[in-house]
Design a protein. Structure first.
Length: 291
């Protein structure tokens, strides 16, 4: 009976309020936000941020995720010069972190989709198909998925993290798309201080729904590094896809956009920002972020 209820809840989420988060040990809100309760079916971390004051959107304070850190010892490992994998999904139950992966598939919603999954027409989105699935990834097909990123701050205490010391260090184009997503780590990323670093998973969808953004909290640590380099102060990115404005080089801040305050980018009408070359990011490890 319990399994049936979970399946029904997940199916309902696919049509109504599904969104996406990067699921991995080390994330905040892994168990939800009820003290002392491990919620294997939580989706608290997936909700987007839209038209909120910075006091609420920063570190997902609006839902209290910043108050629910990972368990002691849980931290996302970042192998210098290597890669790491997370699960992009709508709900913890659709990952291997719940129910032994019973409700997972290749896709974030735990469903089956064709390899060339696409919208019914160029002017429609994925959820324009008869099954109405796919709205959570805000795209027409894989090639138009906006791209996601991770940023790092060399502070174990999240209260010390700022826009200026939180630098994007890796970008994965054409995501979110499938559940498993692998990101590249700069070889010169230095070790974290005692207690680890703060990381954030980031995404700004490009159309196909509400023009919102995502900032998800994680504890992380760098392994296999003897680098003595320092990550430079992060600067606000600018839209440079007009052929006239130069891109910002070096370490860049996360995108803060369409919030009540705290925004750091201005965009031409009808264009969304994103973690892609038109905002100064190349796919993969960001090897230009050091002083």
């Amino acid at each position: 009976m319990k399994t049936t209820a979970i399946i029904a809840a997940l199916a309902s989420a696919g049509f109504v309020e599904a969104h996406v988060a990067a699921w991995v040990k080390g994330m905040y809100c892994l168990n939800g936000t009820e003290p002392g309760v491990e919620n294997l079916n939580t989706n608290t971390a997936v909700d987007p941020l839209y038209q909120l004051p910075k006091s609420q959107w920063w570190m997902q304070h609006d839902r209290g995720c910043d108050q629910f850190p990972p368990a002691a010892g849980d931290s996302l490992e970042l192998p210098a010069g290597g890669s790491f994998t997370v699960e992009l999904a709508h709900n913890r139950a659709q990952t291997t972190l719940s129910y032994d992966g019973k409700f997972t598939s290749e896709w974030p919603d735990g469903q089956s989709h064709p390899e060339d999954w696409h919208s019914p027409s160029p002017d429609a989105c994925l959820d324009g198909n008869p099954d109405k699935l796919g709205g959570a990834v805000h795209t027409h097909n894989e090639s138009t998925a906006a791209g996601t990123a991770f940023a790092i701050s060399y502070h174990a205490d999240p209260s010390q993290v700022t826009m200026e010391n939180l630098a994007v260090f890796t970008v994965l184009e054409h995501t979110p798309w499938k559940r498993l997503a692998t990101y590249q780590v700069p070889a010169s990323l230095p070790p974290c201080p005692e207690g680890g670093c703060y990381c954030a998973w980031l995404w700004v969808p490009d159309g196909c729904g509400q023009p919102n953004m995502y900032m998800q909290n994680l504890r992380c640590h760098v392994t296999g590094s003897s680098s003595t380099k320092t990550v430079a102060a992060a600067q606000a990115p600018v839209f440079c896809g007009d052929g006239k404005t130069p891109c910002v080089a070096g370490a860049k801040q996360m995108i803060a956009w369409n919030q009540a305050d705290g925004n750091n980018v201005e965009m031409p009408a009808g264009i969304s920002p994103g973690y892609h070359p038109k905002m100064g990011w190349t796919p993969g490890a960001q090897n230009d972020i050091f002083q």
